[in-house]
Design a protein around this ligand. Sequence first.
Ligand SMILES: [Zn+2]
Length: 73
Amino acid sequence: MDICRGDVLVMKKNHPCGCNRMRVLRSGMDFKLRCEGCGREFMIPRSKAEKNVKSVDTAERETIKVIKDDMNV
Ligand SMILES: [Zn+2]
């Protein structure tokens, strides 16, 4: 699965806040995701994340630099 930092993962299951879109802040063995609904950030193992992804929205991949600066990664 092709997932890059800056992508938005559309999850099969909604977050408790009701949003199912998760921004990828960091990718690797673990993903660092931020819920687009409530802004909560969390780490999740790549294997587990991929299992729960319905689709990947790469439309905003180009904003990656902005995110990078914001997050100070
Ligand atoms: Zn949420």
